[in-house]
Design a protein around this ligand. Structure first.
Ligand code: LMR
Length: 332
């Protein structure tokens, strides 16, 4: 009797020990589950659990349910959350200005050009620049190209004049809106729907997957498929936390991240296409595809952003981007 009690006690404490040996990773993000980032985060969580055989449990918090953008980066640096996937625009305000190069309008024609940066040495060197900030850069995940929306049609640059556009906190994006006579308004992503609904801002820019899943089509009459700039993510971890993981667990998580990155980049276009179909089916927003001439007029108007903001992000970084993409703002 005594022995079996002892045995039971031992069993219980072993179970408690193995439960406490599980590492919990909180992974916070600001978009809906049905977006490229939302789906890729869940995929990573699943593979992390499988590959570490339950030693790591990744808890995904979607839709700003844990932190809003603007709050999440300092929470990661403090170690209150272990992983994030902020949009690339979010690293400029952190003081890593090179990331603002991603915000330049019309710098990439397509994802093949983008991948020359994000999947090559330039992208890797940029992630390394996050380390002195206590951040470990793990991967780049695609979303897609942004489009503008408003309650009036947006065809030519003159249509943007005097309108307030919500943007992410980025000096390059501010200049982009000013280049067409608009008024930039920096605001957290979670507040955009209400700001559009109440008229605090007139319009916004985002990939269609964000536009649709935040229901912005309910409060915007026109969506113009401008594809004028890119929005994607860097998946990051608190560096101290990441470095403290046992080497075998860390390499299993790196493997999970590798697979999640392939998955993220595979589904990004599909998720955006699905969302565009959803916007069209809703009948609430008129989807407008600018003509070649209209899009070129926007590109030409926004070329000044490249000239004005080149010093800010560093000419060397920008030259690397231009080399990869063939974009030349002086030739427009
Ligand atoms: C935004 O704030 O518009 C985006 O960064 C949201 C996101 O994470 O896709």
């Amino acid at each position: 009797m005594k022995i079996s009690r002892l045995f039971l006690g031992l069993l219980v404490s072993c179970a408690a020990l193995s439960a406490s040996a599980q590492t919990i990773i909180k992974f916070s993000h600001v978009v809906a589950v049905d977006t490229p980032k939302g789906q890729a985060a869940l995929f990573f969580a699943k593979r992390a659990g499988e590959l570490t055989k339950g030693k790591v449990k990744v808890e995904v918090y979607a839709n700003s349910s844990l932190y809003k953008d603007g709050e999440e980066m300092s929470a990661l640096q403090m170690g209150s959350v272990q992983m994030l996937a902020p949009s690339l625009a979010k690293f400029g305000p952190l003081g890593v200005k090179e990331f603002e190069a991603f915000d330049f309008p019309f710098i990439f024609d397509d994802t093949a050009e983008l991948h020359k940066i994000t999947m090559g040495p330039v992208g890797a060197a940029m992630l390394a620049k996050l380390e002195p900030k206590g951040i470990k850069g793990l991967a780049y995940w695609d979303n897609g190209f942004k489009s503008f929306s408003a309650n009036t049609p947006l065809k030519m640059p003159a249509d943007y004049k005097g309108k307030k556009f919500r943007i992410q906190s980025s000096k390059v994006l501010e200049e982009q809106i000013r280049s067409v006579g608009g008024i930039p308004q920096v605001m957290a992503f979670s507040e955009v729907y209400q700001a559009l609904q109440t008229g605090v801002v007139d319009g916004t820019e985002n990939p269609i997957s964000n536009f649709y899943t935040q229901k912005m089509h309910e409060v915007q009459k026109y969506l113009s498929i401008t594809n004028h700039g890119y929005l994607g993510y860097a998946v990051i971890a608190n560096k101290k936390f990441w470095d403290s993981l046992p080497a075998d667990v860390r390499s299993q998580l790196e493997q999970a991240m590798k697979e999640a990155t392939v998955y993220a980049n595979q589904i990004a276009q599909e998720e955006n296409d699905k969302s565009l179909a959803g916007v069209k089916a809703s009948g609430k927003t008129t989807v407008y595809v600018p003509s070649k001439e209209e899009r070129f007029a926007l590109k030409k108007a926004m070329a000044s952003v490249h000239i004005k903001m080149a010093d800010r992000v560093g000419k060397e970084t920008l030259q690397e981007f231009y080399k990869a993409t063939g974009f030349d703002p002086t030739k427009l």
